[in-house]
Design a binder for this molecule. Structure first.
Ligand code: ADP
Length: 540
């Protein structure tokens, strides 16, 4: 414990000697004495005095004045002052002392026990106060450190987000080009052998896209940016579509694929269909990957029903390689695989199940895995799903090649895109649908083109040199000839990050498409813009 400096101020030397002697047994104090108030003030400034015992009756400056001087100076105002007096115990003196800033009185002749008890208790108080001050300083420091760590974490999160946005743009742009050319080639006259090559190319580019999507998904979930989007949809149709899709994939590997549906299941539900599909697909894809012979079964059952809420269990079982017991728990962690040999033999990033687990949590559901090594595994997802009674319009995607989509009435489209492969592919797609197409390479050239010609629609890439898509849209919506300001704009962005897509709407885009996109998506957005009355032209 730190020693405390105690000042005794009394004009009579003998009083100082007797009081010092009285206090000499108290531990952890240094006694500093003075007979002169002026000298005592200087001592208080220079030394770290915590407690002052001040005689009241002194010539020149009396005790009350001395304590007032102490209290009025910020350097000494913290000092605890105790008046030592021989004058009466009348209230008016007491009050005067307390008003000057003293905390207590000691009366002469001093009672040794009371004096020691009071001084000891003040010293204890001072120690406690010092501890509180020290704790406050530490608290303030840790608050500052916490704020700094928070700022650093926020900065790191932002850098990660920017890195992801850039990376997703850089990787998605070429994949978009590859997928587009694949679409174009599928519309060309090809021999069966060439068609087979193109199919392989399509599979390879799709799996590349799956990997980049997985990386983006996990980062989006971790940074709290993954949104759950609830909608009404035809539940049984979704399950049957999955059955159709995976039956083909299973038969390619000579595997059986069965879907067992509980008759108690609702036909229409309100849930996030995209994420549900992602979870089931992930389980089934893994089973397909890790099963060489036998059977894969998707079972969907309603465990219980309360009002319109069904507790539904989706389970996928297989007769594959199984998982070692000590690995079952860790496979839901990011980048973890069953055992080290898996990567070599089957590839994969170890992200799929980590995404599934996080998605399940976002959906308030739970995932489980059971496995017998060498015999097979069962993965399940249990969640509450709300049944809807109203019939829902079933969303169906067409499998037609884009060259066979119904022709549009001729519209004049401006495409602003710096990537040649993408603009070439977009132009081809639009021309197939009957559109007249002008291609420019940046926002500045788009503005110039708009001055020369009337366009019905603008497709605007967001990241372009010289002038970005966002800058160009701002110019179009604010500054060009008023008759052309309202030209519908669809932005095409390789970024899948929500805030970037929102930013596109904020600057004035009518629709946003992420790269790579399916031709139907662009086609449907064009039809939607027609439907909005912004284009004086019927679609067909
Ligand atoms: P990936 O398949 O990309 O490695 P996942 O997160 O989807 O990543 O799976 C993690 C690991 O879990 C796999 O590497 C594999 O060891 C194990 N696993 C997942 N599903 C199965 C399955 N059906 N049968 C056997 N092992 C599986």
């Amino acid at each position: 414990m730190k020693n405390i400096n105690l000042l005794i101020l009394d004009d009579k030397e003998e009083n100082i000697i007797s009081l010092s002697a009285l206090l000499s047994d108290i531990e952890n104090i240094n006694i500093i004495c003075s007979t002169n108030p002026n000298e005592a003030l200087k001592l208080c400034w220079k030394n770290d005095i915590a407690l002052a015992l001040v005689d009241v009756q002194m010539p020149e400056i009396n005790g009350f004045e001395f304590v007032s001087l102490l209290k009025s100076n910020p350097k000494t105002s913290h000092i605890m002052a105790v008046m030592v007096t021989a004058i009466s115990k009348e209230d008016k003196y007491l009050i005067k002392g307390l008003q000057s800033g003293a905390v207590d009185y000691l009366y002469k002749p001093l009672n040794p026990e009371i004096t020691i008890a009071k001084v000891t208790s003040f010293i204890k108080q001072i120690h406690i106060q010092e501890e509180i001050i020290q704790k406050n300083i530490e608290l303030e420091e840790s608050k500052k450190a916490l704020i700094k760590a928070n700022q650093e974490a926020e900065q790191a999160r932002k850098s990660k987000e920017i890195f992801l946005a850039n990376m997703s743009h850089e990787i998605r742009t070429p994949i978009n080009g590859i997928k587009g050319i694949v679409h174009m080639l599928k519309n060309a006259y090809l021999s069966l052998e060439q068609l087979d090559w193109i199919n392989r190319l399509e599979i390879a580019s799709s799996s590349l896209l799956l990997i980049i999507n997985d990386i983006l998904d996990i980062s989006k979930i971790d940074s709290g940016m993954m949104k759950i989007e609830m909608e009404d949809f035809h539940f049984t149709n979704l399950l049957l579509d999955l059955e159709q899709m995976f039956k083909i994939k299973a038969s390619d590997k000579n595997l059986e694929f069965d879907v067992v549906l509980d008759p108690k299941l609702p036909t229409h539900v309100h849930f996030d269909s995209l994420r549900l599909e992602q979870i089931i697909s992930n389980f089934v894809s893994n089973s397909l990957k890790f099963t060489e012979k036998g059977k894969i079964t998707l079972t969907v059952e309603s465990l219980e029903k309360k009002d319109e809420i069904h507790r539904i269990r989706f389970s996928v079982s297989d007769t594959g390689i199984g998982i070692k017991p000590d690995s079952v728990d860790k496979i839901f962690l990011a980048f973890e695989q069953g055992d080290d040999g898996i990567t070599k033999k089957f590839g994969g990033t170890g992200l799929g199940l980590a995404i599934v687990k996080r998605l399940a949590e976002l959906l308030d559901g739970e995932v489980h895995a059971k496995s017998i090594y060498g015999q097979g595994s069962e993965f399940s997802f249990i969640v509450d799903i709300k049944e809807v009674k109203d019939k829902v319009k079933i969303k169906r995607e067409t499998n037609l090649p884009y060259s066979q989509f119904p022709k549009l009435n001729p519209i004049n489209v401006l495409v602003a895109e710096d990537n040649e492969l993408n603009s070439f592919m977009l132009a081809h797609m639009l021309q197939t649908w009957n559109c007249k197409v002008t291609v420019v390479k940046n926002g500045r050239l788009a503005l110039e083109a708009l001055e020369k010609d009337n366009f019905d629609l603008i497709l605007m890439d967001t990241h372009m040199p010289v002038m970005s898509g966002f800058e160009a849209i701002r110019e179009i919506r604010g500054n060009i000839d008023p008759t052309r300001r309202q030209t519908p704009i669809i932005t095409i962005s390789a970024s899948v990050l929500e805030h970037e897509q929102q930013a596109a709407f904020q600057v004035g885009a009518d629709e946003v498409i992420g790269k790579p996109f399916e031709p139907t998506e662009l086609y449907q957005k064009i039809i939607k813009i027609y439907g909005s009355g912004k284009v004086n032209n019927l679609p067909f």
